[in-house]
Design a protein around this ligand. Structure first.
Ligand code: OSB
Ligand code: MG
Length: 377
């Protein structure tokens, strides 16, 4: 937007929080009952921008953890931002570039600057990013359950709530059977699966069995850094392969597009290092004719608000993993909660910035550890 003004950051707060899930969430790598995250507050003038760090409690989904993110933010990224003087959200990538890796730590700070900048300009984050429309199509990500009958009960409940797209977590031994059971009961449901890197190329024959269920896509079957083996798999499958874990940056997205490793892509702001990188990947995929969708990391409403703004860009043509707030937590740390609309969409915030406000009492109740950093003098 043309009225964008740089911000001068005077103070940064890091809040390491822990919230219990409404229901345990199990993926191929781990079953969890709580989410840990770091909420970042960036002050400029009288305004505060918020960002959420989506690293895990341990190095399970990606190498980053709460500990590495706090270390890298406190020791390297926060000082750079505080010493930068006037910064625009678009400058953050360059400001943080001397620090290698740690995209989730970088994204949390950069996204807080985006929020601050949009608030200062008086427009929504959606407007700042160039998004369109008042709602985005969403689905729900369903974890692995102890039995097929429990899985079917969960999926039935999602459909009753109004979700028109369901993603099932799979792993070797929990794939064809649950997918067949869900497909059998709901022949027309928009259905996709996510393996979180649980397979190896030798499993190709069993993955090919998933080609018969009319799935929207198969997400990240192979190694969390692989692109080449996914390209070979895609060449053998009718169902689109979608990369999640392997796409750490616009560079990785470019490599994947070049060798046709996937027919669509999951964009997670934290995994790729922030909103600027996410925008570039969106544009690259659009030019390549590869549709994208917005992944989720079981965020609080802070991260969810940013995901909704991003998912309103034009090449986000598949439903995002951006469910209603009540699917995740009983009491989120930011308000208002997001509700599911009757058409399986969630409305994009229209207020300035992220359009959600952190509730300081709820934040304090969820906080394990907090630190504040200020500019010297
Ligand atoms: O692979 O998409 C994933 C959550 C944690 C780690 C990895 C993933 C997920 C999800 C959550 O699927 C989706 C959501 O936030 O609703
Ligand atoms: Mg995934």
């Amino acid at each position: 937007m043309s009225d964008r003004q740089p911000v001068v950051v005077s103070c940064i707060e890091l809040h390491h929080i822990r919230l219990p899930y409404v229901h345990p969430f199990e993926t191929s790598f781990r079953r969890e009952t709580h989410r840990e995250s770091i909420l970042v507050a960036v002050r400029g003038g009288d305004l505060i921008g918020w960002g959420e760090c989506v690293a895990g409690s341990g190095p399970w989904y990606s190498a980053e953890t709460m500990g590495t993110a706090l270390h890298v933010m406190a020791g390297y990224l926060v000082p750079r931002l505080l010493e930068a003087g006037a910064v625009a959200a678009h400058d953050c990538e360059r400001l943080f570039a001397p620090v290698r890796g740690h995209p989730m730590a970088k994204a949390a700070l950069e996204n807080a600057v985006w929020d601050l900048e949009a608030q200062q300009a008086g427009h929504s984050l959606q407007a700042a990013l160039g998004g369109r429309g008042d709602r985005v199509a969403v689905g729900v990500s369903q974890g692995i359950e102890p039995s097929i009958s429990e899985l079917l009960d969960r999926v039935a409940a999602w459909i009753d709530e109004g979700y028109a797209r369901v993603k099932l977590k799979i792993k070797p031994g929990w794939d064809v059977e649950p997918v067949a059971a869900v497909r059998d009961r709901w022949p027309d449901l928009a259905l996709q699966v996510d393996a979180n890197s649980a397979y190896v190329p030798e499993d190709t024959a069993s993955l090919k069995e998933l080609d018969h269920f009319g799935l929207l896509l198969i997400e990240q079957p192979f190694h969390h850094d692989d692109i080449v083996d996914h390209a070979a798999l895609q060449a053998e499958m009718r169902t689109p392969i979608c990369l999640d874990e392997s796409i750490h940056s616009p560079l990785h997205a470019g490599w994947a597009l070049k060798i046709r490793a996937c027919r669509n892509m999951n964009i997670k702001v934290g995994r790729v290092g922030g909103l600027s990188a996410a925008l570039r990947i969106h544009d690259m995929c659009r030019e390549a004719g590869v549709p994208v969708w917005c992944g989720g990391m079981l965020e609080t409403n802070v991260g969810r608000a940013a995901n909704l703004a991003l998912a309103s860009l034009p090449n986000f043509t598949l439903p995002g993993d951006i469910s209603a707030s009540r699917r995740y937590y009983h009491e989120d740390v930011a308000l208002p909660d997001f509700e599911l609309n009757a058409d399986s969409t969630v409305s994009v915030p229209q207020a300035p910035g992220l359009g959600v406000a952190v509730d300081r009492a709820r934040l304090a109740a969820a906080t394990l550890h907090a630190e504040t950093f200020r500019t010297r003098n």
